[in-house]
Design a protein around this ligand. Structure first.
Ligand code: PEP
Length: 248
């Protein structure tokens, strides 16, 4: 368990990111963690500059599903690669809901990212209604199969799946360790059925949804996950440093 992903969402100007990183990097011990900071586009430059040589990956939070062209305001895979981005988040529940991103668009984004040498953090997860109507497994299967359609097995090495139940993202609620384990087992089963058992064992899966320095300890024993995706709790450098030291 040593993968940690921070999703800064739509927070921090470049100047604020700079101040945050100066505090964070002054106490961050990089040796055992595989840390990716998913910054807003406008902070990628400062993130890359300050994190260079510190063993931290820089991630983005979105990319266009097209390679180039007349797409005012969009950012392409090629632009992200040129900005030093190693990973990009796709399928986040906020984008699925607010921007109506469906599995087909997510699948196109994944292919564009891989073509440009960028790894993926693919978010999947059920809503409260899905959960209450016992549809979690069905939803996870649909989301994973839709997103990974047409990929070669070796491309999964560049994919991290983030299991993020929608009802837990930004709400302060979390599933139990047992519930996470059961959902992640399903994720691995889908990968095993569609790719191979080897792929299902080796693909990295993290849990995301209201993780903070107080509750993270109860999930450290989840054997089926490789780490966490942290949203609001990463915005305070001291709080995030605590999480880093607990997870590594
Ligand atoms: C997220 O945005 O993916 C997330 C997990 O947020 P939070 O930790 O705030 O629930």
């Amino acid at each position: 368990m040593n993968t940690l992903i921070a999703n800064f969402k739509m927070n921090m100007s470049p100047e604020e990111t700079k101040n945050y990183l100066i505090t964070f990097l002054s106490r961050y011990e990089s040796d055992k963690l595989d840390l990716t900071l998913c910054l807003p586009y406008t902070s990628l430059y400062v993130g890359n500059y300050l994190c260079k040589g510190k063993g931290i990956r820089i991630g983005a939070q979105n990319l266009s599903d097209e390679e180039t062209g007349r797409n005012t305001g969009e950012v392409s895979g090629n632009m992200l690669k040129g900005s030093g981005v190693d990973y990009v988040i796709v399928g986040h529940s906020e984008r699925r809901k607010k921007f109506k991103e469906d599995s087909k668009a997510i699948n196109r984004k994944i292919k564009v990212a891989l073509k440009n040498g960028i790894g993926l953090i693919l978010c999947v997860g059920e809503s409260l209604i899905d959960r209450n109507t016992l549809k979690t497994k069905e939803v996870l299967k649909e989301q994973i199969e839709g997103a990974l359609k047409g990929l070669y097995e070796n491309e999964l090495e560049r994919v991290i799946i983030a299991y993020e139940p929608i009802w837990a993202v930004g709400t302060g609620q979390t599933p139990s360790a047992k519930e996470i384990d059961s959902a992640v087992k399903e994720v691995r089963k889908v990968i095993s059925d569609d790719f191979s058992e080897v792929a299902s064992k080796s693909i990295r899966i993290v849990y995301g949804g209201s993780i903070d320095s107080k509750n993270v300890k109860q999930f450290l024993s989840c054997k089926n996950i490789d780490g966490f995706l942290v949203g609001h709790a990463c915005l305070d450098a001291n709080e995030f440093l605590k999480i880093c030291s607990l997870v590594r």
